[in-house]
Design a binder for this molecule. Structure first.
Ligand SMILES: Cc1cc2nc3c(=O)[nH]c(=O)nc-3n(C[C@H](O)[C@H](O)[C@H](O)COP(=O)(O)OP(=O)(O)OC[C@H]3O[C@@H](n4cnc5c(N)ncnc54)[C@H](O)[C@@H]3O)c2cc1C
Length: 356
């Protein structure tokens, strides 16, 4: 096929396109004229960013999603065999059907849904373009600096989630390659001594799956029991596996050091060293606060450390800068999810349009 070269400043609207060279390699990458001022730039191409983009498109705005990784980057890094706790009906956005084989979709069905939304709604998204900084000029126009260049826009929506920054244990040996802050697939852990750190949903799911596939699983839990927030159908399963001794759990326990072949624990009975091949440190995630700072967002000074925004409009303390999705929750990452943030696109668009 003959390749068409893109004229200076032109924007390719066709799909599949014949533009060369980068666009052809990645049909999600849009050429945006450098001089064009967008109405809205959405930072983050996860479920929330996609939701806001569909609202922006319906409202007739010029918008662009900037995503530092692939489409729904966070979901891609979820455990390979995971099933959502929400039904697909509750995850559906803009009344666009989300089809899954069972009531609750799998990770791969969710990825399919978000891929299809990008394609069927013809959303403008630039992938593998990381936002690093934001500056506001006197005329109110924002310049966004990215890993690939810069963009100008009248409004911004920060939909960066919380999955990029694991909460670290800050113990010696945490930097060893055998320590994982993201759990993907149990296959790697068969016949291995695996220490799962944490007692929330991710930790319990990983412990159960690894145990069932043949790993020797031990859990180190800071509190005195498995979290009461663990999904109601998983809680009895993990409690009973611990009770019967299939999974060893040390409660009121912290890790003091990780070595190549063992781990040191501090238990209520005193120090304990156990043989170890892998540590799955599923101790939670938090928003990217250095990014929030680089964007100039104001963070609340209470324990939740939420970015400050007007709950009626989702507008932050900077004019025409909005926060969407789970990023609104700060450190209280269990309070907001896709299900209960699906109205964010409409709320933000309502405010943008009301100012025109
Ligand atoms: C294991 C797990 C299971 C879950 N199950 C459910 C469920 O069943 N139901 C439910 O409603 N919720 C669930 N959640 C919560 C919620 O679905 C997810 O957190 C969801 O990903 C939130 O969507 P989001 O778009 O707000 O954030 P994200 O999906 O995290 O999207 C943020 C995007 O921003 C991008 N980004 C970050 N920084 C930059 C930057 N500087 N420049 C450009 N792009 C950037 C990231 O790459 C990412 O793609 C679950 C979460 C986890 C971890």
């Amino acid at each position: 096929m003959a390749l068409k070269s893109l004229p200076e400043g032109a924007q390719c609207e066709s799909f599949p396109c014949t533009c060369a060279p980068a666009h052809q390699n990645n049909f999600y990458t849009w050429y945006v004229p450098k001089t064009m001022i967008q109405d809205l730039i959405i930072i983050g191409g996860g479920p929330s960013g996609i939701n806001v983009a569909i609202s922006a498109k319906k409202a007739g705005l010029n918008y662009l999603i900037l995503e530092k990784g692939m489409v729904s980057n966070s979901l891609f890094n979820f455990p390979v065999n995971m099933t959502f706790f929400s039904t697909s009906l509750k995850l559906e956005i803009h009344n666009i059907p989300f089809i899954s084989h069972r009531d609750k979709p799998t990770r791969s069905e969710a990825l399919e849904y978000y891929r299809r939304l990008i394609q069927s709604q013809d959303l403008k998204i630039s992938l593998y373009e990381e936002v690093r900084k934001m500056l506001r000029a006197d005329d109110g126009i924002y310049t966004i600096k990215t890993s690939k260049g810069q963009h100008q826009t009248r409004a911004i929506c920060v939909a960066t989630g919380f999955y990029d920054t694991p909460v670290l244990m800050n113990v010696s040996g945490e930097e060893l390659p055998k320590v994982k802050h993201y759990y993907d697939d149990p296959h790697a852990y068969i016949n291995q001594n695996v220490l799962v750190v944490g007692a929330a949903n991710s930790a319990c799911d990983a412990a159960l799956e690894c145990y069932r596939k043949g790993a020797n699983v031990t859990m180190a839990v800071r509190g005195e029991e498995i979290s009461s927030r663990v999904k109601y159908w998983v809680k009895p399963d993990i409690d009973n596996r611990i009770k019967e001794g299939s999974i060893t759990a040390h409660f009121n326990t912290t890790i003091t050091a990780i070595h190549a072949d063992r781990v040191d624990l501090q238990t209520p009975e005193g120090p304990l060293t156990i043989p170890n091949d892998f540590v799955l440190a599923l101790t939670g995630y938090q928003p990217n606060y250095p990014l929030f700072e680089a964007l100039g967002l104001t963070i609340g000074d209470d324990d939740a450390c939420k970015p400050i925004f007007n709950p009626n409009t989702l507008e932050a303390t900077l004019p025409n800068v909005y926060i969407a999705g789970v990023a609104c929750a700060g450190l209280t990452t269990n309070k907001l999810f896709i299900e209960n943030t699906r109205d964010h696109g409409e709320i933000i668009m309502g405010d943008i349009l009301s100012k025109r």
